[in-house]
Ligand binder design. Structure first.
Ligand SMILES: Nc1ncnc2c1ncn2[C@@H]1O[C@H](COP(=O)(O)OP(=O)(O)OP(=O)(O)O)[C@@H](O)[C@H]1O
Ligand SMILES: [Mg+2]
Length: 405
């Protein structure tokens, strides 16, 4: 079961591509399998991830222009893995000519939907649209379950968003397809009074659908794009680096609540000196646990307890600070519910959990740094103490993990 999300607004430069890249990357870092479709002939999402469309071989435009349309699931043919768990379908200039090329064909605006059908291997598909409401955007709207409309704080933002709303209305009347719609404020600086007024008007008009507070204005976004990286890769400790991961988590929470996202799971939790991982939907062999506590041997030393509607994996550990990862099917991933992560020798991240002695003094417990954001459940993992990069470096070198990952 997957969710397809399109970033749409005919207004240029309002953050569609930046949002598509960062949402896709944040969802992949959180352990989901994500496909980012660069559906803009400008190819900015491709460039923003430091990629280029292949010079030879088939590209998305070739699939869509094929006589009779693409076979279901054909998109996998043109996707490439660009980060752990993040796949990209590059955008090329050829997309621009499709509308004319396909003008005599039946239902040309459903070709992307068909190419994505039954692809099944991704948890989330994110589509970056061009700055118009033409043929490509209509294809994306037909293919998606959710639409995110980024808007900035400019005076024309409300009018632009209204046009997208009208297009969605027309689509709904013509096809019966009514994607869930979200409005995302971006680039609104804290001191921008006009921008904040625009956000307030949007909240009044689209109550419950505005993803406020949204994404702050920060120079790190264009800086990171210029070097083909996400902000989390470029400046992981900058406050803006958490805006999209927080947003991604809110969307996932919503999808989970609507039972649209059952493959998702919450993270490792601590019960006394036991670490516990619970799941309802996946089978125990589909998701395993490896870390410093079991020499990175998947599920080494883990006890499995199976219940009627869920199972648990448990580990009892001595006090200490442990790096770990989940292995979802065959893919190693950080714990999506634990923001404490450190770089590892493979150039990716490990999650960190700290087990403290149950007899530790209350003053020692108080000395721990405060959580930067609330845990979704009362009994969440212990946050590891933050260390400087210099302090971490020897530890990262020491902990080699198998390269088979
Ligand atoms: N939160 C932000 N703070 C500061 N600058 C941002 C932010 N988000 C995006 N930008 C910058 O604004 C510019 C436009 O962003 P982006 O390319 O994402 O918009 P777009 O809607 O995709 O544009 P287009 O309509 O051309 O496709 C880029 O230079 C981008 O780096
Ligand atoms: Mg763009």
């Amino acid at each position: 079961m997957s969710v397809t999300l399109a970033l749409v607004n005919q207004k240029g430069g309002c953050g569609k591509t930046t949002s598509a890249i960062h949402l896709a990357a944040a969802l992949a870092v959180a352990g989901h399998r994500v496909l980012l479709v660069d559906f803009d002939p400008q190819g900015h999402a491709t460039l923003g991830l430091g990629q280029q469309a292949p010079e030879t071989g088939r590209v998305l435009a070739d699939l869509l222009r094929a006589p009779g349309g693409p076979p279901p699931g054909a998109i996998a043919e043109v996707a490439m893995e660009v980060r752990e768990g993040l796949y990209l379908v590059p955008g090329t200039l050829g997309l621009a000519g499709l509308e004319v090329e396909l003008s005599g064909c039946g239902q040309p605006e459903q070709r992307l939907e068909r190419a994505l059908q039954e692809s099944g291997q991704w948890d989330v598909v994110v589509i970056d649209c061009p700055p118009n409401l033409g043929f490509l955007t209509l294809n994306a709207l037909s293919a998606c379950d959710d639409v995110v409309i980024p808007f900035d704080g400019s005076p024309f933002a409300i009018q632009a968003v209204g046009r997208v709303g009208q297009t969605l209305e027309t689509l709904g009347e013509m096809t019966g397809h009514r994607p869930e719609t979200w409005y995302l404020p971006v680039m609104v600086a804290a001191r921008d009074r006009l921008g904040r007024a625009v956000v307030e008007q949007m909240r009044a008009r689209y109550s419950g659908q505005v993803l406020a507070p949204g994404v702050r204005r920060s120079v790190v976004f264009p800086q990171a794009a210029a070097v083909g990286r996400t902000v989390s890769e470029y400046r992981p400790r900058c406050p803006a680096a958490m805006d999209y991961p927080d947003l991604a988590q809110r969307l996932v929470d919503r999808w989970r609540r609507d039972r649209r996202f059952e493959a998702d799971f919450s993270g490792l939790i601590r019960r006394g000196q036991e670490l516990v991982f619970t799941h309802r939907h996946l089978s125990p062999c589909e998701v395993r646990l490896a870390g410093e506590f079991n020499d990175w041997v998947p599920d080494g030393g883990v006890r499995l307890i199976e219940g009627a509607d869920r199972w648990e994996k448990r580990l009892t550990l001595p006090p200490g600070r442990y790096e770990y990862k989940f292995i979802l099917r065959d893919r190693w991933m950080v714990d999506p519910a634990n923001p404490d992560r450190v770089p590892n020798s493979q150039g990716t991240l490990n999650s960190v959990i700290e087990v403290v002695s149950e007899t530790a003094s209350p003053s020692a417990a108080r000395a721990r740094p405060p959580a930067s954001r609330p845990w979704p459940e009362a009994e969440r993992v212990h946050r590891g103490s933050r260390r400087s990069a210099e302090q971490r470096a020897p530890m990262i070198r020491r902990h080699f993990r198998p390269s088979s990952r």
